[in-house]
Design a binder for this molecule. Sequence first.
Ligand SMILES: [Zn+2]
Length: 396
Amino acid sequence: MYCSEEDLNKIKGKINIKEYVSNKVKLTKKGDIYTGICPFHNSLVSTFIIDEKSQTYGCYECGCSGDVFDFVVNFYKKTFSDAVSMLALVTGIALDKDVCNKDFYKKQKIITIINKAAKDFYQKMLYQNESALRYVKERKLEENTLQMFSIGYSDPKIHIYDELKKQGFDELDIMASGLVADQKKTNKVFLANDRYDKFYNRIIFPIKNENNIVIGFGGRVMDNKKPKYINSKETIAYDKSANLFGLNIARYSKFDYFLLCEGYMDVISMHQAGFDNAIASLGTSLTLNQIIKLSKYKKKIILTYDSDEPGLNAAKRAIPMLESCMINTSIINLNPYKDPDEFIKEVCKDEFLKRVTIADESYPWLIANIMKSDKTLYEQKIENIATIFEEQFKFM
Ligand SMILES: [Zn+2]
């Protein structure tokens, strides 16, 4: 045992095994329990059960059983302490490092220390490069905002790899951080030491978890090159599906709802305009893990997705998931502007707040949109609407 009983209970208290497992196994409610296909043996019938009351799982075919820690151990083939570390990160509980000092946790810790060093370095670089500074000014980012979001710049002339080496970090740890890639493996040519900067010549948006720890990075080009954004790969410190950009600040917001949007710039621009409740999922569609995290803080979400086809599709997917987790949703109308960033810049924050206060109820909005926008037959439209309701009940 590498963790105090108290910490284990804290973690358990924050995780509902049914919600956690339902991300991995499709569950159906049967009376007081949930059943599904067992992930631990080959089966075509539902022999796997989750008992929410006792917060345990079991299978009456293969005999596997246990609590959420056992599930992680067996599902991901992890050691017990690795499972504890993983769930600690998911729940945002800081373990006492003196008690929990197993390898996995130590490695995770080192990655976050490297991330912090990289964040500081990138931030410093921003102020030493004229074109990067000009770019953030053109995007109308104020000094206060740059600080609040620790926005930085990856200068192609000064490599993060050299800097991290200089600071004494271990080669393997640097590579595990995902900030640097192996040139030989990628055929990139622009760096010595066989290493190249993943975020080469990009504006850097550090991604922090809800406890303000830097877990990864997003990088944006300053011109029209593709890809416009790149993000850190998942590391042992960075689980994309369990974190949200901006939550470290938004969780403390006085607004009793979150504004959920699509990108870093939307979040940053909304915070700058006084909407410190803006958050975004990290380049993925919304996951149940993220919703569980959000619901700890607020029970109402206003979707501020882009007013285009992908935005509509993202909303179609997010609304039933959120509603089934008892989160009240509505959706803002940004027309004729594309996204919150553009709206606030082209109009103003007061008008944006007005749009927030008259946000549409999500289901009537969804239905109206499907009826209006789908270029399909009437029957197909009805079917699409039915699918959305089925989606909601799937999660209930
Ligand atoms: Zn089984």
